[in-house]
Design a protein around this ligand. Structure first.
Ligand SMILES: [Zn+2]
Length: 648
C-alpha cells in the first residue's frame, strides 16, 4: 500500500506562528477561505464528512424510492419513507388532519385529573412536554434496563435562556413568544395571549431546572426512587399512577431532579386549564413542525435554525428528510450506507488502532506518579475490560411491526416514535442487548458508554480527514487516534471514573487518590474558564470538564501509541517530521467556522468547548508538542511547568 501525503499546507496560516496559536497556524488559510455557507450553522471538518456521507446516501435514497425493494427490506422502508417525505403536495393537502385526534384530546382536558391520559398519548409520540423520559441500562445493574425520568418541557434550549435579563437574551425570549404565537395561529389554535401564558409556565419550569453543568453531575442526578412512593412528589397529578399507565412495571426509577417534579405538580395544579391546553398544543406542533405543511416548517426554521442557530437558509429538502430518517429508522439508512462504503480493510486497521490505544491507556495508568498501586490495579482492571465496536452493528435492528408507507409523512414519523416508545417499554422486561448501537452507523460521531464500558466508532467517522486508508501512522494517530483516545479517556473522566469495569456505579478509588484526581481536574476547570468567546462570553470550564479531561488524555495516549509505531523511523514527509505531522493532523480535524448565534448557543448547552480551544487547550499542556515545534518558555502555546494540567 502506497502512502499519500494528506496534510495540506495551503490550509495553513504562515503568519501565525505555531507557538502563538497552533489551531490558527494549521487552519488559518482554510478558515479564511471557508466562511460558513448560508445553509449551515457552522462549517468544518466534521461537516465536510457529514455532507460527503449525505451525498452517498442521496443516490441510495433515490434508487430505493424508484426501485422499491422487497417488503421489509431496508431499501423498501427507506424508499417509502423518502417518497412520503418528499411529497410536499400531499403534505400540504393533508394539512393538520393527522393531528386532529390529538388536538381534540388536548381540548377535552377539563382538569388536572384528565391530564394523565393525554400525556400518555403525547409521550408515546416522543413529545417533550413537561418532562423527559428515557430507558437505558441501570447504573447499578447494567444487565437490566431502568427508566430515567428527567426535568424538561422547555421550548428554548436551556433554562438560562428564560432567566437572563440582558438585552440580547430578552430579545430572544420576545422572538420565542412571537414564534409560539405564529405556530398557534398557523394551527388556528390560539394567539399571542396564549403564547405569553406558555412562556410564564415554561419560565417556572426553567426556575425549577438544574443548569447544564449541574445536570451532567452524576453524583447529583443518579437518584433511585420507588415508583409506589412517587405520589409524595406529585400528589395532585399522581405520578405513580401516571408512570404505571405509561407501562412502567419496575419497582424503582431514576429521577435526576426531584425538586423539579414537586414544582411541576404545583405548576400543574395552579395553572388555568386553558394554559395547559395551549402548552400541550404548542409542544405537539413543535415536535412535528418539520413534517407539517410549509408554513409550520418555515416558521420553525426561522426561529430554531436562523435566530438561535445562525443558519441563514434551509438546506435542500432531501437532506432534511434524510436527517429525519436517521432518527426514525436510522439503522435501515445506515445499512444502505455501510454496504456502499465501509471496507473490511478499513475496519481491520481501525481495530488495530483501538487495540493500540487501549494498550497505551494501560501504560499511562501504570506510569502515573500521583496514584497509589491500589487504585491503579482497579483502573487497570477497567482498561483490560474495555469493549469496542467499530463501523456498524454485527446485528442490525429488527424493525418488525413498524409500518412505513408512501402515505402521510407525519404519520410515518408518528408511527416511528410510537414504535420506539413501545420498544423501550418492552425492554423493561428483557435483558439488555449489548450488541446495540446508540447511533446509526452513517453518522459522523463516536461515543463512550460507561454502563457497558465500551467505545464505539461509526463507519461515518472513519473517513478522511479523520481516517485515511493510505496515510502514514502520524496522520491517522493524530486524527482518529486522538478521537479513539478521547473516547477511552471518557472512561476515566469526572463521570466515567465513577463506574467500574462492569459498568456499575462503584467507587474504586482510595480517598487520597480521588482527592488528587479532583485537584488535577480543577486545574483544567480554571484553565478553560479563562478562554473567551466572541469577547463577551467565556467557556464554562465546569460544563466542559469531562470533555476537556478526555481531550487532554486522548491526546496523550494517542501520541504514546503513535510513538510506538515509529520504530526509530523519523524520516520527514512533505517537509515535516512524523511528530510534527501527528500534531498537524490533530489540529486539522478541529477546523471549524461558526456563526455567531450558533457559537453562543453551544456555549450555553454544549459539553464541548469551541474547537479552537479544544485544539490549543490540550496542546498547551502537552510538552511533546512544545518540543516538536520548538515552542519556547513563555509562549502562549506552552504553559509554565507549574501550571500544566496533567491527569492521564
Ligand atoms: Zn467526548
Amino acid at each position: 500500500m502506497g502512502l499519500t501525503d494528506h496534510l495540506d499546507v495551503s490550509a495553513f496560516d504562515p503568519a501565525t506562528p505555531p507557538s502563538v496559536d497552533f489551531y490558527r497556524h494549521v487552519n488559518g488559510g482554510w478558515l479564511d477561505a471557508n466562511p460558513v455557507p448560508a445553509e449551515y450553522p457552522a462549517w468544518g471538518a466534521s461537516y465536510e464528512v457529514h455532507v460527503r456521507n449525505e451525498e452517498i446516501l442521496h443516490g441510495l435514497l433515490e434508487a430505493s424510492r424508484d426501485d422499491r425493494g422487497a417488503p421489509g427490506s431496508p431499501s423498501r422502508t427507506v424508499g417509502d419513507y423518502f417518497a412520503s417525505g418528499m411529497d410536499v403536495d400531499a403534505i400540504a393537502a393533508a394539512d393538520l388532519d393527522s393531528l386532529g385526534g390529538l388536538f381534540d384530546g388536548i381540548g377535552s382536558i377539563g382538569s388536572i385529573d384528565d391530564l394523565g391520559v393525554i400525556m400518555l398519548s403525547l409521550k408515546q409520540l416522543g413529545v417533550g412536554a413537561f418532562h423527559g423520559f428515557a430507558v437505558i441500562p441501570d447504573f447499578e445493574d447494567p444487565d437490566s434496563y431502568l427508566v430515567y425520568l428527567g426535568q424538561g418541557g422547555l421550548g428554548l434550549p436551556e433554562r438560562d435562556y428564560y432567566l437572563r435579563d440582558d438585552d440580547r437574551s430578552t430579545a430572544l425570549v420576545d422572538a420565542y413568544v412571537g414564534h409560539v404565537t405564529a405556530q398557534l395561529e398557523n394551527a388556528g389554535r390560539g394567539g399571542r395571549d396564549d403564547a405569553v401564558a406558555i412562556l410564564e409556565l415554561e419560565r417556572r419550569l426553567a426556575e425549577a431546572s438544574l443548569p447544564a453543568e449541574k445536570l451532567r453531575d452524576l453524583q447529583l442526578t443518579l437518584n433511585r426512587h420507588r415508583v409506589d412512593d412517587l405520589d409524595v412528589l406529585m400528589p395532585q397529578f399522581g405520578l405513580t399512577g401516571y408512570l404505571r399507565s405509561l407501562g412502567v412495571t419496575l419497582e424503582t426509577v431514576n429521577i435526576d431532579n426531584a425538586d423539579f417534579f414537586s414544582i411541576l405538580d404545583e405548576v400543574l395544579s395552579g395553572t388555568r386549564v386553558e394554559v395547559i391546553r395551549s402548552y400541550l398544543t404548542w409542544h405537539l406542533i413543535r415536535s412535528y413542525a418539520p413534517a407539517l405543511p410549509t408554513r409550520f416548517e418555515e416558521e420553525a426554521f426561522d426561529f430554531y435554525n436562523r435566530k438561535i442557530g445562525g443558519q441563514q437558509q434551509p438546506r435542500e429538502r432531501w437532506t432534511r428528510v434524510l436527517s429525519a430518517a436517521a432518527s426514525d429508522i436510522g439503522e435501515q439508512v445506515a445499512k444502505l450506507y455501510v454496504d456502499e462504503v465501509f471496507s473490511p480493510e478499513a475496519k481491520a486497521r481501525c481495530e488495530h488502532m483501538v487495540d493500540d490505544l487501549i494498550a497505551a491507556m494501560g501504560r499511562s495508568v501504570r506510569d502515573l506518579d500521583w496514584m497509589t498501586e491500589e487504585t491503579k490495579q482497579e483502573a487497570l482492571t477497567k482498561v483490560d475490560s474495555f469493549a469496542y465496536k467499530i463501523g456498524y452493528p454485527d446485528e442490525w435492528r429488527d424493525y418488525t411491526g413498524l409500518v412505513i408507507d408512501r402515505g402521510s409523512y407525519v404519520e410515518n414519523r408518528m408511527r416511528s416514535a410510537r414504535w420506539e416508545f413501545d420498544r423501550n417499554m418492552r425492554r423493561l422486561e428483557e435483558p439488555v442487548d449489548k450488541g446495540e448501537w446508540a447511533l446509526p452507523a452513517h453518522v459522523v460521531n463516536a461515543y463512550y458508554n460507561p454502563l457497558w464500558n465500551e467505545v464505539v466508532f461509526t463507519a461515518g467517522i472513519l473517513q478522511p480527514p479523520f481516517f485515511y486508508a493510505d496515510a502514514d501512522d502520524a496522520v491517522n494517530y493524530g486524527a482518529i487516534g486522538s478521537v479513539i483516545g478521547h473516547e477511552i479517556t471518557h472512561g476515566f473522566d469526572d463521570n466515567g471514573s465513577r463506574f467500574d469495569e462492569a459498568g456499575r456505579r462503584r467507587n474504586w478509588w482510595t480517598e487520597a487518590d480521588r482527592d488528587e484526581f479532583e485537584r488535577r481536574a480543577e486545574v483544567l476547570v480554571s484553565q478553560f474558564s479563562e478562554y473567551e468567546i466572541d469577547g463577551d462570553q467565556k467557556v464554562n470550564g465546569r460544563l466542559t470538564l469531562g470533555e476537556n479531561i478526555a481531550d487532554l488524555g486522548g491526546l496523550a495516549v494517542a501520541y504514546d501509541a503513535f510513538v510506538q509505531t515509529l520504530n526509530g523511523d523519523e524520516a520527514e514527509i512533505g517537509g515535516f517530521t512524523a511528530r510534527q505531522r501527528f500534531f498537524i493532523s490533530y489540529a486539522t480535524i478541529w477546523r471549524m467556522n461558526y456563526t455567531e448565534e450558533y457559537l453562543r448557543m453551544l456555549t450555553n448547552v454544549d459539553v464541548h468547548a469551541p474547537n479552537q480551544v479544544r485544539t490549543n487547550g490540550p496542546l498547551s499542556n502537552f510538552p511533546p508538542f512544545a518540543e516538536a515545534f520548538s515552542v519556547g518558555d513563555g509562549a502562549p502555546m506552552r504553559r509554565p511547568v507549574d501550571e500544566v494540567a496533567d491527569i492521564w
